[in-house]
Design a protein around this ligand. Structure first.
Ligand SMILES: *Cc1c(COP(=O)(O)O)cnc(C)c1O
Length: 396
């Protein structure tokens, strides 16, 4: 039997998912990346600079914290991988640091990005300021109104925020504008995509940059538990980058159970959901063949979740493959359960999580872990940005 790998092949396929389904005009751009990303990122001087910035700028390694009160409540050993302590408050910066160094190595003078809630836009504007590189962030006009604090952050960081005025004036319209810009500026511009989505090589490239998360866990668990492998690894999934990062070194270790947590919104069958694995069908989004929520005639369905970062109609191709091959267990969590889990983590451990992250903490009733199981949850981001949502929801 052929050895199954859960990593991307040379064409960027994870099983039947992935690849690069893009207009011909975009070929030169993705080809340049495809041909160079592995060679450049494996250069010793690249790795040296990447590791140094992750340490001194991002604040890595992030701690692996034993959550004793949460463990007591759910009668299992729960560890938190503290990505919320990264500079800018979430895991996203691991990827933007990697991509800005790649852009520099390719001689690019200008960065573009698209953003929905603004978190990826801020992480991109941050590394552009750090490197003194021009930054243009495309954002739906409606999102610009809804996410004023992140727009202000990007502007303070020196980025130009350009409004996408077409369609629903949200993320997919911003993505279209960014792609148009990239087609028009193939030589001097690099496009920083913020999750394990988009055409090859983006999903594999972003997963590799985020894999620092699981790379660190091995020695941290060895110190605390005397073994490198956890029994469970749990992460929330929007596009799937924090999950890809914490799964990465366990993908081909079947004894480690992978758990992916999606946003059910108001309920999987409510018509207001972002539970892609439950509702998605095979299709093409952002140049990648994957699972996405769509109507019978292939129109992408507007997703919904209380957390802006999980409000995405697809998942990356790695996750589509992990789902259909059953390598990972997918669980969807409603707004209500996520908000309660976020409040519980705050009260039991003194850590207020991002609402995206809260979804990952709502699975313990479903999972039924054993007392001796070692469970690692990716605490992907902190809740400061979500304070108003917590206030409104709990009438604080
Ligand atoms: C953006 C974001 C997510 C979702 O993105 P992934 O690519 O699925 O990781 C999850 N958590 C936080 C804190 C985020 O900011």
């Amino acid at each position: 039997m052929k050895q199954v790998s859960y990593h991307a092949d040379e064409q960027g396929f994870y099983g039947e998912f992935g690849g690069a389904f893009i207009p011909e005009m975009l070929y030169p751009n993705t080809e340049e990346l495809r041909k160079s990303y592995l060679e450049i990122t494996s250069r010793p001087e690249f790795q040296k600079e990447f590791k140094a910035l992750l340490k001194d700028y991002v604040g890595r390694p992030t701690p692996l914290f034993y959550a004793s009160r949460l463990s007591e409540k759910y009668q299992t050993k729960i560890y938190l991988k503290r990505e919320d302590l990264c500079h800018t408050g979430a895991h996203k910066v691991n990827n933007t640091i990697g991509q800005i160094l790649l852009a520099k190595a390719l001689g690019k003078k200008r960065i573009i990005a698209e953003t929905g809630a603004g978190q990826h836009g801020v992480a991109t504007a941050t590394v552009c300021a750090l490197m003194g590189i021009e930054c243009v962030v495309y954002m739906g006009a409606l999102d610009i109104k809804r996410q004023a604090p992140n727009v202000a952050r990007m502007k303070l960081l020196g980025a130009t925020v350009r409004a996408a005025e077409s369609g629903s004036k949200t993320l997919k319209d911003a993505t279209n504008e960014a792609i148009r810009d990239w087609i028009n500026n193939p030589v001097d511009t690099h496009y920083i995509i913020g999750s394990v989505v988009g055409p090859h090589p983006y999903p594999d490239m972003v997963a590799r940059f985020q894999s620092v998360i699981s790379e660190e866990i091995g020695s941290q668990l060895m110190e605390k538990e005397g073994r490198e492998l956890p029994d469970y690894v749990i992460a929330c999934v929007g596009g799937g980058s924090n999950a890809a990062g914490i799964y990465y070194h366990y993908l081909d270790r079947p004894e480690v159970k992978l758990v992916a947590v999606e946003a059910a919104g108001k309920g999987v069958d409510s018509g207001h959901s972002a539970a892609t694995s439950a509702l998605g069908k095979v299709g093409i989004i952002h140049g990648s063949k994957t699972l996405l929520m769509q109507t019978g005639d292939g129109q992408i369905t507007e997703p919904y979740s209380i957390s802006a970062g999980l409000d995405y109609p697809g998942v990356g191709p790695m996750h589509a493959h992990l789902f259909t091959s059953k390598r990972a267990q997918f669980i969807s969590i409603t707004d209500e359960k996520a908000m309660e889990a976020g409040r519980e983590l705050a009260a039991l451990e003194g850590i207020i999580p991002a609402i995206e992250t809260s979804h990952a903490f709502a699975v313990f009733e479903t999972l039924k872990c054993k007392k001796e199981d070692v469970v690692v949850v990716n605490l992907s981001g902190r809740g400061d940005k979500d304070l108003q949502t917590y206030i409104d929801y709990f009438e604080l």
